[in-house]
Design a protein around this ligand. Structure first.
Ligand code: FMN
Length: 309
């Protein structure tokens, strides 16, 4: 019998779809059917972003408040899959609203329950806590996470902050002012994502996914910046306070919420340009004493395990 693979994804720029197409290239053969399902929301999120809309979506993103999604085709829902490839991007240290909305919908359990799933993330560089949130949502629908691939912008953090803003607000994945590097995942990393196909194909053929993540890690499917572990964790604590404050101000059109969203925007700039460099100095000063914990964290975040809190 043919193997059935479903790709569930959401992307605005198309970068993530390019990556997934490269990963699945070696899965395309006579024994495998690959179906693509793009999550679509109502209303759609506009791309390129207007600066105001970008910050407006923060509380709903971070608090994982779902919006309406279009149901998948009946044919997609009627099958049982041997493997699901789940592609998402990160919005404010959290899976994007379309992705949260799908995972909280009735369709998630229908499609993902007791099914091996590989997550594919393409984001700026901070995906660790977003993946933890995805792991928890997977657990709630009894999905079986068996592999994880995360591709990021490899330029230094502050450069990628500037270049991603240019990309998101102009829709152009090009060199800002002609001097900055291109934003997002590099063309080489997108192309080289093909290397993840063969081990996935082997696991699919045998139905044994138990060693897949170790094989993907050996192919450098995840890179974890030790500094960003802390930044992501602390960022979540601070974002939680801001998101809960902003959501109490009503919907994105309410004047009071608009006012506080502008304050949040300024705070974010301050956090990126003033607080983060200070935290980086503290990180360097505590580099040696923290090395055992850092290694434990890297092992954990590279894995497909979920820590019970
Ligand atoms: C509203 C918004 C918030 C974002 N927040 C983050 C973030 O917290 N961490 C991160 O690494 N990337 C973040 N990004 C970048 C996205 O993860 C992703 O790289 C970008 O949206 C391109 O995705 P696409 O090519 O699939 O459309 C954000 C993007 C948007 C639009």
């Amino acid at each position: 019998m043919k193997k059935e693979v479903l790709v569930i994804y959401y992307t605005q720029s198309g970068q993530l779809l390019d990556i997934i197409e490269n990963i699945t290239e070696s899965l395309k053969n006579d024994n495998t059917n690959i179906t693509f399902y793009k999550i679509e929301t109502n209303p759609e999120f506009e791309f390129p972003w207007k600066q105001r809309n970008f910050y407006d979506v923060f509380p709903e993103s971070f608090l994982q408040i779902p919006c309406e999604i279009h149901p998948p085709d009946k044919e997609i829902l009627s099958k049982k899959y041997d493997l699901i490839i789940f592609g998402y991007q990160v919005w404010f240290l959290t899976p994007s609203i379309p992705v949260n909305s799908f995972l909280k919908s009735e369709y998630a359990e229908k499609l993902l329950k007791n099914t091996p799933v590989i997550t594919v993330v393409a984001c700026r560089n901070m995906w660790l806590q977003a993946q933890e949130k995805v792991k928890r949502l997977f657990k709630s629908v009894s999905a079986n996470l068996v592999g994880h691939i995360a591709l990021v912008d490899r330029n230094i953090n502050h450069i990628s902050v500037i270049t991603i803003a240019h990309w998101m607000f102009s829709g152009k994945k090009d060199r800002y002012l002609g001097i900055f590097p291109k934003p997002g995942v590099s063309a080489k990393d997108i192309k080289d994502a093909k290397r993840f196909g063969p081990p996935i194909s082997d696991s699919l053929a045998t139905g044994n996914f138990s060693t897949l993540q170790n094989k993907l890690i050996a192919l450098k499917s995840v890179y974890i910046s030790p500094f960003l572990i802390q930044t992501d964790e602390r960022g979540n604590i601070i974002f939680s306070k801001w998101a809960n404050l902003l959501i109490k101000k009503g919907n994105a059109k309410q004047p009071e919420r608009i006012k506080w969203t502008r304050i949040f925007e300024f705070y974010l700039q301050f956090a990126v340009w003033v607080i983060t460099p200070i935290v980086f100095i503290v990180f360097l000063l505590t580099y040696l004493p923290m090395s055992a914990k850092r290694n434990r964290d890297i092992t954990y975040y590279s894995s497909v395990e979920l820590k019970e809190n």
